[in-house]
Design a binder for this molecule. Structure first.
Ligand SMILES: Cc1cc2nc3c(=O)[nH]c(=O)nc-3n(C[C@H](O)[C@H](O)[C@H](O)COP(=O)(O)O)c2cc1C
Length: 268
């Protein structure tokens, strides 16, 4: 066939498309397992960052992550009652399967984080020191920023009052503006801030500009990110929702009072 014929040009283009499609499909299918393992490892590392066990930019492999998880427990919390209904070593948290359809619709007036639905159960990570005392509790959070849903973890210290760390590991905010919420230099400003007030309600918040603290007031303000007030408003709403009564508020209160374990579940 003549090399300049239209039929040959289309034939070669079509054959090339088929070969490329096969290569891409095979690569996608064969790399799926690796992708899922990397995703699970990334999640584990972010939980460890929230717990303060991994420095923000440190590289950690699966073995090191498993070692750091040794003293941690993954517990399934029933959000409405604030009770722990299931418990596993943290390294086995992937084995806990929660039904993504098991959710409750949030009334518009309560949906400050703009997430529409809240799961009935969530997995929380409890990190203990070598004596078994609670060191940090890492809580998964999600909420809407300016452009996107922001996913992260907020961890409280064992006093269940102050912030250990906060991490945002997935969001679509603008790099250099709202995207700075995942900059460790900014998230470091949350460390030690008072998360919950004396009545147990959330008080920690990002303010516009530089945080101030009156001598007689709790240290609960975090410096704002300039040019990113709208994302920071979303962060405030997200943290406030998840530390509040429709998020982990009842669980944190139970944990503090020593009544977090569901008696029926632990007897079974
Ligand atoms: C292209 C573009 C992207 C922006 N991305 C963000 C963003 O991710 N988060 C945010 O809060 N504001 C973003 N802004 C700015 C907001 O429109 C708004 O000006 C800003 O939140 C106000 O913050 P400030 O009071 O600190 O200046 C963006 C603006 C432009 C033009």
């Amino acid at each position: 066939m003549n090399n300049d014929s239209i039929l040959k040009t289309f034939g070669v283009a079509a054959a090339l498309c088929v070969v490329c499609a096969i290569i891409v499909s095979v690569a996608d299918v064969s790399l799926k397992g690796m992708q899922q393992r990397n995703k699970a490892l990334d999640r584990q590392i972010n939980i460890l960052r929230a717990a303060g066990l991994v420095e923000p930019k440190a590289k950690v492999d699966a073995k090191q992550a498993a070692k750091l998880f040794e003293n941690a427990k993954a517990v399934v919390v029933d959000l409405a009652s604030g009770k722990i209904v299931e418990e596993k070593p943290a390294a086995e948290a992937d084995g806990i399967k929660l039904d993504p359809k098991d959710v409750v619709e949030i009334k518009k007036e309560h949906d400050v984080a703009k997430i529409k639905y809240v799961p009935k159960k969530e997995i929380v990570y409890l990190f203990n020191d070598e004596n078994g005392a609670l060191q940090t509790v890492a809580l998964p959070i999600k909420g809407t920023g300016l452009w996107s849903t922001m996913y992260g973890f907020v961890a409280l210290n064992g006093d269940l009052k102050t912030v250990a760390h906060i991490v945002f590991y997935d969001h679509g905010e603008t790099p250099g503006l709202g995207g700075e919420i995942s900059n460790p230099n900014w998230t470091a400003k949350w460390e030690g801030k008072q998360a919950l007030g004396d009545n147990g309600g959330p008080i920690v918040r990002v303010v516009k500009g530089i945080a101030a603290k009156a001598a007689d007031a709790p240290d609960c303000e975090v410096d704002g990110i300039s040019g990113a007030t709208l994302t920071c408003n979303g962060v405030n709403a997200t943290v406030s929702f998840w530390l509040g009564e429709r998020g982990f508020g009842p669980f944190l209160a139970n944990l503090k009072n020593g009544t977090a374990y569901d008696v029926k579940a632990s007897e079974n």
